[in-house]
Design a protein around this ligand. Structure first.
Ligand SMILES: [Zn+2]
Length: 381
């Protein structure tokens, strides 16, 4: 399947990469830890038009850091020359083998194409016939991988495939290529060419007596792990007694702290009990005060009752006094009237008396003149 052609860039072709390449690349680079590593992939175009990856190699890195790696561009030319040699050595009707891709590691950072990766991938594709070139990224620490058939989808990798089929003639071409690269390694040393990835030819070549860079690296990795284990044991042996002493000290401090906590707890408990007792005492006091209040209230109620009674009595007395006063006033008025009447009567009597007196005085004159008569009169009485 060939995807739609982009303007000026050419189409993207499907990429096929077998598990062997991924596994061998991961096994070789894992002991390097977080240092990145880049290499070249060799393959061919199959009958479906797919870019098939079959073998590869990791040359010496000019620069290698956690996040960046670079190798000399001459290795692309060396690889291309080795391919030409194999193609010309083995007569075949099948496709020629060629430089088909670029492999690099992303230790513990996951699978994607960074900005630099995209740029590199683009430039490398432009240098290849038909822009047939794949990019493979391997994370040996997370055991992840990705196969990219285009730089335009830096976050959409494909997976590797379990195996690939090829004709015996084509297989022979790869064999010749691998021999050629082994010769280069022998000539320039394993520092210049540390690893050849034989892909699916690994065991066949091992049996034939070929050097196994991947296996050696794995062994080295194992030795490194064993060494690290030994160093750790030594460290533990030296540090052990000190750690024990420290631990004992820490434990005794913890135990003291716990004792302190316990004592503090007891102290708090005593304080709480004291507070409880105080509260109980206060409650008792409040109850007493309430009882006394009740008593006082009842006394006050009694007093109020008595005051009401007295008030009523006072009111009654007041009204009876008023009545008495009215009676006295009435009786006084009667007396005054009688006195007035009496006075009037007395005055009348007095006036009558005066009148009588005058009459008498007038009669006395008569009597004086009529002496004898007077006597007579007296006797009559
Ligand atoms: Zn990268």
């Amino acid at each position: 399947m060939i995807s739609k052609q982009r303007k000026g860039l050419g189409p993207d072709y499907p990429a096929v990469c077998p598990d062997h390449i991924i596994e061998q690349a991961a096994a070789f680079t894992a002991p390097r830890g977080r240092l990145e590593m880049g290499g070249v992939l060799i393959g061919h175009v199959d009958e479906n038009g797919a870019n098939v990856t079959v073998t590869g190699f990791f040359p010496e890195q000019i620069e290698e850091t956690p996040g960046y790696c670079m190798f000399d561009g001459k290795w692309m030319a060396i690889a291309a020359a080795a391919c030409d040699y194999a193609n010309s050595t083995v007569e075949s009707k099948g496709p020629p083998i060629r430089v088909i891709g670029w492999i690099h590691t992303h230790p513990d950072i996951g699978i994607f194409l960074s900005g630099i990766d995209v740029k590199t991938f683009h430039e490398l594709r432009n240098q290849c016939p038909e822009r047939r070139f794949v990019a493979v990224v391997v994370d040996p620490l997370r055991n992840e991988h990705g196969v990219f058939n285009t730089e335009r989808q830096p976050n959409r990798p494909h997976h590797s495939v379990p195996s690939i089929e090829m004709s015996d003639e084509l297989a022979q071409r790869y064999d010749v290529f691998l021999d050629r690269m082994r010769t280069v390694q022998t000539l320039h040393g394993t520092t210049a060419l540390p690893c050849i990835l034989p892909g699916s030819f690994r065991y066949k070549r091992l049996i034939a007596g070929d050097r196994d860079d991947v296996g050696l690296s794995e062994k080295q990795g194992l030795f490194t792990i064993k060494k690290a284990q030994f160093d750790l044991k030594e460290e533990i042996r030296i540090l052990g007694p000190k750690l024990q002493t420290d631990l004992k000290k820490a434990m005794s401090k913890i135990s003291l702290d716990v004792q302190d906590q316990k004592n503090t707890g007891k102290h708090l408990e005593i304080q709480i009990n004291n507070q409880k007792k105080r509260i109980q005492d206060l409650e008792n006091l409040v109850n007493q005060v309430n009882a006394e209040n009740a008593k006082l209230t009842s006394i006050l109620d009694n007093l109020n009752g008595k005051i009401t009674q007295i008030q009523r009595l006072l009111e009654d007395t007041d009204s009876s006094n008023t009545k008495r006063f009215d009676t006295v006033r009435e009786s006084n008025a009667d007396v005054i009237k009688r006195l007035d009447d009496h006075e009037l009567m007395v005055r009348r009597r007095f006036a009558k008396m005066e009148e009588t007196s005058e009459k008498i005085l007038a009669q006395r004159t008569i009597i004086r003149s009529r002496h004898g008569t007077r006597m007579r009169l007296r006797r009559r009485r």
